[in-house]
Design a protein around this ligand. Sequence first.
Ligand code: ADP
Length: 406
Amino acid sequence: MDTRTGLPVVGMVGGGQLARMTHQAAIALGQSLRVLSVSPGDSAALVAADVRIGTHTDLAALREFAKGCDAVTFDHEHVPTGHIATLAAEGVKIYPGAETIVFAQDKQRMRERLSELGAPVPLWRPVSTAADIADFAAEVAAAKTARPSRHAARPDRDAPRDSTAGWPVVAKAVRGGYDGRGVWRLPDLAAAEELVATGTPLIVEERVPLQRELAALVARSPFGQVAAYPVVETVQRDGICVEVLAPAPDLSEARALEAQQLAIDLANALGVVGLLAVELFETADRLVVNELAMRPHNSGHWTIEGARTSQFEQHLRAVLDYPMGETSLAAPAVVMANVLGGPAGGMPIDERLHHLFAADPGVRVHLYGKQVRPGRKIGHVTVLGDDMASVRARAARAARRLQEGE
Ligand code: ADP
């Protein structure tokens, strides 16, 4: 507890934009987020008053950081689970726990657990050789032949194996991927051989015939209260989320409820405390879980202005075991567009901001105080309105102005 205010101290491990925006929410609750940051120049370290410099893999630094915190949580999932378990055993309230966050760290453990829970997942398999990947592609081909109709002829087992059937498959690094890094579309055996030669531990998945991507965001407290946000559509380019549309356009109520229920069930089954973002693929006839994140998530940035309670405040409420806030939309259509670093040179960012504010005073801007590098997420914009198409066009235009200075 902060004796100056009588209010709790939450520590967040990691000093990125998620910690920066969580700090903003902490201020409104009378708190000041404590941040463990690798460098004083990190996004949250630039603005928080209580910054400790240290690495998230250093147990001594984590121990020191946790002293005096009412709860400790994360801006990323790279803290070793052994360290989290040690701190918890020493009495630190650290959320989510080691036995839970592992499913957001390790794609193989996540797929295994989701399969055990009966959650909808793509066909997948852990692999260690290119031959394993080829076998998997053959399995995918067989499943596809079997799937269209229950009465379709069984694949002819004696027929020569078609070496192109089942490809491409999607390979993923078991650990450490983000923004599409660590995901590879493998068109053939040669590509599989090349990837396996790098020695990266891998799983492979069937390429899901997705129509679009959705995200279901929920928050869960230690008491067990769960709050679900409206389901959103996430639009990716080159593996990076570029837009989030809330609510997901033309999503049937049944599908939306199914996605929310799935996220609630997973939060309960995995014992999540804090936020859980369930990234989903929507195909012609079903939802498939892509991956899990257990922290504030890019698919929830729209909630700062677009929902009654922002995901950042909700995460704080959850880890402090406060009752959850209302999650309903603040407008019929909300769009968040990420601002990525554009090519070097051109109009300074401050001048771009001038132009944007002059062009559209209704746009809400969040810049993360990060150095501009091409493709790096440096901020986001949010637009609220009545009509999704026009709100989306305004958000995209605003992001482009900041990104490219047009
Ligand atoms: P990251 O951890 O880097 O975010 P993801 O597992 O979310 O990686 O994959 C990044 C993107 O790759 C997804 O948003 C989706 O567009 C595509 N993708 C991933 N897995 C599959 C799959 N099994 N089938 C089709 N597309 C996929």
